[in-house]
Design a protein around this ligand. Sequence first.
Ligand code: TXA
Ligand code: MG
Length: 323
Amino acid sequence: MAETGTDVEKAAWLLQQGKLVAIPTETVYGLAANALNPIAVAGIFKAKNRPFFDPLIVHLHDSNQVNSYASSFPPIAQKLANAFWPGPLTLVLPKSGIIPDLVTAGQPTVGLRMPAHELTRKLLALLPFPLAAPSANPFGYVSPTTATHVNDQLGDVVDYILDGGPCKVGLESSIVGFSESGKARILRLGGLTTESIAAVAGELDESLNQNSNPSAPGQLDQHYSPGCRLLPAPENLQELISNQDAKTALLRFSGTLPGFPENQQLVLSTDGSMESAASRLFQLLRQLDEQEYNVAYIEKVPDTGLGRAINDRLRRAMARNAD
Ligand code: TXA
Ligand code: MG
């Protein structure tokens, strides 16, 4: 069990000592350390059992700091930062010399983001350094969206959990890189829709605009996996109704499927909105394990807006069960 609370000064003091603190953001909880201290950063990799080829996102308090940590800030990146920061957007820019190679996994670029959560903004304001923070889960597992999720899995290795309540967005940030010609390209689908990014950035670099992209290292196909076996729901849902037992769950977008036991259905959206579905996704994937289902059938959600990022996470969660 890690100490959990809302003491921002305590969190700041621990981070200054090179310790690990879990922080709330609008997307998911992060496992934070001083981004400029390689020993503290190494502690993140160890705590998560994360491979060193997977770079970390650096969290800033304000966009003026970009000039200290990136060696250039192209005009389209500036437009995106003005439009969406603080918010669920990470910009991948050429790194400056101050950022340790460990943070960027040896890449010449760094992922920078300004998170929108009030407590974490207060914390960043107290610190003379930015925070490196991956999602606060063991590598390959579902990202945490509450302080309890963090405590359940990393309670023994984190020095303090800053409790900011449940995460509003519930999906990790969208990651955007830039081509040589300066066009924006989506490296990871996330909490900011591709449509809203394109509305500000103009034409996107489509050649790299895929769900799984090698230029966002660490974007492994198998990710976000709970222990329960996840299978795609069959086209004909009637098959499910005849083949289920008490250990079979159904995860769906909204409404319940008549004929399938209602208490074995996990419904993502409580109000039919994609935002509600996104904010509940990781919580429901965890619930599959908590309720000890053997198998869960997964229905895709409508593939527009945030639905694309939700389907991306569901596809990766299912990938582990494919072999
Ligand atoms: O919403 C989020 O982004 C959360 C919160 C805590 O901020 N963080 C998060 O971090 O999702 P993480 O470590 O789970 O995912 C970071 C991913 C890496 O796996 C990699 O794909 C991409 O960000 N990334 C980081 N730095 C990069 C770089 N220099 N170039 C390309 N991709 C990078
Ligand atoms: Mg992660």
